[in-house]
Write a protein that binds this ligand. Structure first.
Ligand SMILES: [Zn+2]
Length: 443
């Protein structure tokens, strides 16, 4: 990375988050939104058409602009991006890279192409220009919750895929090693020890795979950073206890660098990188804490190659009160998971009721320290199949304990007769997916 730009970016990002007032944040965002809106109208035939009889003077006008989503973005990929890239060609390139597990290099020497998994036919392609990938390391460093005191960083970065953008992070002070989530777990342990890793970055599902090996890790891990999947509070507490280190999360999507942790380990929205609108169940804009955002619409403020303006995500988050760190960047209390992950039951009056996945996680995990992984599959409303994978020997009693616990908790929601099938099963991280899904709803 260009060292000067890197240092400037780093401090700018630290300063913005630490000192900007709410008013100033909003003013800057409106300015950035107008800039990307005007750029999109000028350079993207898709937006030109979409906004042809719209105007954007105030932020309220902006909130009335049409919403897009992954399907609309992909259907119009060729006319939406501003670099003249053709969907079929980019897709061929991305799938080819994927099949060959060759994740390095720039497309046409200029772009990093990201491919989001999704169900078949629902793959998303995301373009990041070279210029931007070179600057993302500063974002990463300024917002990773890693202190300068931990330098030099010796990072093991574990994910199913890798990209040139991460390779570019390597420098004198940052030594980043990549390892695939598909690697055998004892090999990952070996790597941690032989490379003397002090920062472990991996999805929570991989950290859970490492749990039974915690006493074999000899390297002094100063921080664990998770991403790609929701980090549940119960998992976080467990990882901290087991690996004797602090655990923080980065909330990142293919669509943007959503949020990252401050020095208190609390997630803050990266307000100058992404503009986030949250709406409640009735479609009202949420400004306050503790209200579940059922609809989340984001605008990526920095990616001009593939403008994502008012793009609906499937995630549900809840905001928190102001953070003791003093930053006015909105603080996220909880990433609840995807809207698709809600589990449905029937209450006494046969009314359909949803349960948030994070509650389910807690109910199961607190039953025993022996639970390593689990999966909840719903094929029918009011019925779930639960698979439990343990660290030590399976104890049939555990299944009864979990079932009783879930039934007792559901009764609090007036759900009195749920059907719960539960059994032991070995669970591995799926090879074809970027994320491990604990909840699968087919109902
Ligand atoms: Zn904070």
């Amino acid at each position: 990375m260009n060292f000067i730009i890197g240092v400037v970016d780093y401090f700018r990002l630290v300063i913005h988050r630490s000192f900007y007032s709410e008013k100033r944040i909003k003013r800057c965002q409106t300015k950035q939104l107008k800039k990307i809106y005007n750029y999109a109208i000028k350079n993207s035939p898709f937006y030109q058409e979409l906004y042809k009889d719209k105007s954007f003077n105030t932020i309220d006008d902006f909130h009335k602009l049409p919403i897009i989503n992954k399907k609309i973005m992909m259907d119009n990929f060729t006319s939406l991006n501003t670099c003249g890239l053709i969907k079929e060609e980019v897709m061929d390139y991305a799938v080819d890279k994927e099949n060959n597990k060759d994740f390095l290099g720039y497309y046409k020497g200029e772009y990093v192409i990201g491919l989001s998994s999704g169900t078949s036919g629902n793959k998303g392609i995301y373009i990041t220009p070279k210029e931007m990938t070179k600057r993302l390391p500063s974002v990463f460093l300024a917002r990773s919750g890693l202190s300068i005191g931990m330098l030099p960083y010796k990072i093991l970065f574990v994910l199913r895929v890798f990209s040139q953008g991460f390779e570019d992070i390597n420098s004198k002070l940052v030594d980043l090693h990549y390892c695939s989530t598909m690697e055998k777990i004892d090999l990952i342990v070996d790597k941690i020890n032989s490379l003397n890793i002090n920062i472990l970055m991996a999805p929570p599902s991989l950290i859970r795979e490492l749990l039974p090996y915690s006493d074999q890790i000899k390297s002094k891990i100063k921080k664990i950073v998770t991403y790609a999947e929701v980090l549940e509070d119960v998992d976080k507490e467990r990882f901290e206890k087991e690996f004797k280190t602090e655990v923080i999360e980065i909330y990142q999507a293919s669509e943007g660098q959503m949020a990252s942790a401050c020095k208190y380990g609390h997630l803050h929205i990266n307000e100058e990188l992404v503009y986030v609108e949250l709406y409640d169940e009735d479609g009202n804009l949420i400004e306050e804490e503790d209200v579940v955002g059922h609809k989340m619409i984001i605008t990526n403020l920095i990616n001009y190659a593939q403008p994502l303006i008012r793009y609906e995500m499937n995630d549900m988050i809840v905001l928190d009160k102001e953070c003791p760190c003093g930053s006015k960047y909105r603080r996220i209390k909880k990433v609840l998971g995807r809207h698709d992950d809600l589990i449905y039951f029937l209450d006494q009056s046969k009314k359909k009721k949803y349960i948030f996945p994070d509650l389910f996680v807690r109910w199961i995990i607190v039953c025993s320290e022996n639970i390593r992984e689990f999966q909840v599959i719903q094929d029918k409303v009011n019925q779930v199949n639960i698979y439990i994978d343990t660290i030590k020997k399976d104890d049939i009693q555990l299944l009864n304990i979990i079932e009783l616990k879930i039934k007792k908790e559901l009764a609090e929601f007036e759900i009195m007769s749920p059907v719960i099938n539960i059994e032991f099963k070995k669970i591995a991280i799926p090879k074809e997916k970027n994320k491990y899904k604990r909840f699968i709803n087919n109902s």
